[in-house]
Design a protein around this ligand. Structure first.
Ligand code: NAD
Ligand code: UGA
Length: 441
């Protein structure tokens, strides 16, 4: 099939590359000329395991192209995925300007039947607005051309995006139109061969499903983070509690890890947007409101622990900080808890020596104005002359560090473990002061 993605970010690029991998002919469009040039020069603008190989293989096979040429891109695809950003507006609602601008572009240029697919995460009712925007352009041109609008939200996780796209838990298609449904079924058939994972539903339910999924996952995390804080007070270990409750299949083990708060481009913005939708409909989402508040607090928990240990005035202190990205296996710094920790430490006069396996150049762009921040080429280089180590992102390479080195290089053997990577009993034996989340000291 002929497919176009409008937007070549995390979702558009992964969608385009994976659809090309199944034999489709895909054009990925973006307004960012630098990004398209990089892709056409053989580069990949994001760190995403396995993406490079899929992209280069399909470019070489002539099935995957990148362009800034809107006319060519829209004329190419019969199926047009809108995969542009939907960042939070000032009031927390999803800003649909990029989605609606993509819709207008389609309406201005299409000359034959198109299936327009909302892949971006968009509030309930957006498909109607996309349809209206295309209709308005077609009316202006005086050209009646048939088209369908389908909702097909994306559930991939950064760091595991290729795997998630290739082997999805489910594919949600919101469609009120038989022809479009058939085309979406055909497009996704290779991804759902072992058993049918494609669910067709009405458009509004599909749009809602995406927010409900992210809100549920964020709720689990904030709930565990709050329990972790209480566990510290009552002398329980949240890790043991996690295993204890996760063994109940009704609860399950995933997304129950207490930590330094959730970040990323999606949970924070999607929780905000759903809270906002609730308000707009006079149906307040009290639980979700609390989820967001708890997360804002949680991003500061490591700072509270540092202040409790070293005092409010941190001038003259230096902290080694491992992990900047909002999660491992990505260089994405959007809403990363590390940013909050670094700002708060710097505000109190501390210096920070930071290391991340892939996110340092992204982080440097965001932190260039923050006093006292430096970046180290290796994790162990951050230790010397630092007063403590703070671990924020659970990269594999931090899981079994050289504890002797940590002990000997830090001014004081103190570790703030923001992702519960180390066992308190082991740390005690090693003589390292260990501050974890929800595990006592
Ligand atoms: P992104 O910022 O990485 O990419 C968006 C791209 O769209 C940018 O490259 C931008 O230049 C481009 N763009 C904007 N307007 C355009 C236009 N009119 N024409 C062509 N290109 C245009 O965003 P993302 O992380 O890929 O997210 C996209 C959407 O998918 C969001 O709604 C997000 O919530 C959702 N989503 C993201 C993820 C994820 O893991 N990142 C997962 C599931 C869903
Ligand atoms: C999340 C969802 O998992 C995807 O299904 C969804 O498609 C995506 O948002 C989206 O809509 O963009 P992502 O943000 O890439 O994916 O990463 P997650 O693995 O969900 O992690 C999000 C945050 O939660 C990270 O900061 C992570 O550290 C934190 N987290 C995760 C915890 O604190 N505890 C956990 O148990 C799990």
């Amino acid at each position: 099939m002929k497919v176009t993605t409008i937007g070549t970010g995390y979702v558009g690029l992964v969608t385009g590359a994976c659809l090309a991998e199944m034999g489709n002919h895909v054009v990925c469009l973006d307004v960012n000329a630098e990004k398209i040039k990089m892709l056409n020069d053989g580069g990949i603008p994001i760190h995403e395991p396995g993406l490079d190989a899929v992209v280069s293989r399909n470019v070489a096979a002539g099935r995957l192209q990148f362009t800034t040429d809107v006319d060519a891109a829209i004329s190419h695809g019969t199926i047009l995925f809108i995969a542009v950003g939907t960042p939070p507006g000032e009031d927390g609602s999803a800003d649909l300007q990029y989605v609606l601008s993509a819709a207008r572009s389609i309406g201005q240029r299409m000359t034959d039947y198109k299936v327009v697919v909302d892949k971006s995460t968009v509030p309930v009712g957006t498909a109607d607005r996309v349809r209206a925007a295309i209709d308005a352009e077609l009316a202006q041109r005086g050209t009646p051309i048939g088209f369908s609008v389908v909702s097909n939200p994306e559930f991939l996780k950064e760091g595991a995006a290729i795997e998630d796209f290739m082997k999805p838990d489910r594919i949600i298609v919101g469609s009120d139109d038989d022809q479009a449904t058939l085309m979406m079924r055909a497009l996704y058939a290779p991804f759902t061969r072992s058993h049918d994972r494609l669910m067709v539903m009405d458009v509004r339910s599909a749009e809602f499903t995406k927010y409900a999924a992210n809100a549920m996952l964020a709720t689990r995390i904030s709930f565990m983070n709050e329990l972790a804080l209480l566990a510290e007070q009552v002398g329980a270990d949240i890790e043991l509690v996690r295993r204890g409750i996760g063994s109940d299949p009704r609860i399950g083990y995933q997304f129950l890890y207490a930590g330094a708060g959730y970040g990323g481009s999606c949970f924070p913005k999607d929780v905000k947007a759903l809270v906002r939708t609730g308000r707009e409909h006079d149906q307040p989402l009290h639980v979700l409101n609390a989820v967001e508040e708890a997360n804002e607090r949680q991003k500061r928990v490591l700072v509270d622990k540092v202040v409790a240990r070293f005092g409010e005035d941190l001038s003259g202190k230096r902290f080694a900080l491992w992990g900047l990205a909002f999660k491992p296996n990505t260089d994405d710094m959007r809403e990363a808890p590390s940013l909050v920790v670094i700002h708060e430490l710097s505000k109190r006069g501390a210096a920070v020596a930071a290391y991340d396996p892939v996110a340092m150049s992204e982080a440097a762009k965001l932190l260039s104005h923050v006093p006292g921040v430096s970046f180290c080429e290796r994790a162990d280089h951050a230790l010397a002359n630092s007063d403590a180590l703070i671990v924020i992102t659970e990269w594999k390479e931090f899981r079994t560090p050289d504890f002797d080195r940590i002990k000997s290089e830090l001014n004081q053997a103190v570790v703030f473990d923001g992702r519960n990577l180390y066992e308190p009993a082991t740390m005690k034996l090693l003589g390292i002061e260990h501050h974890a989340i929800g595990r006592g000291t």
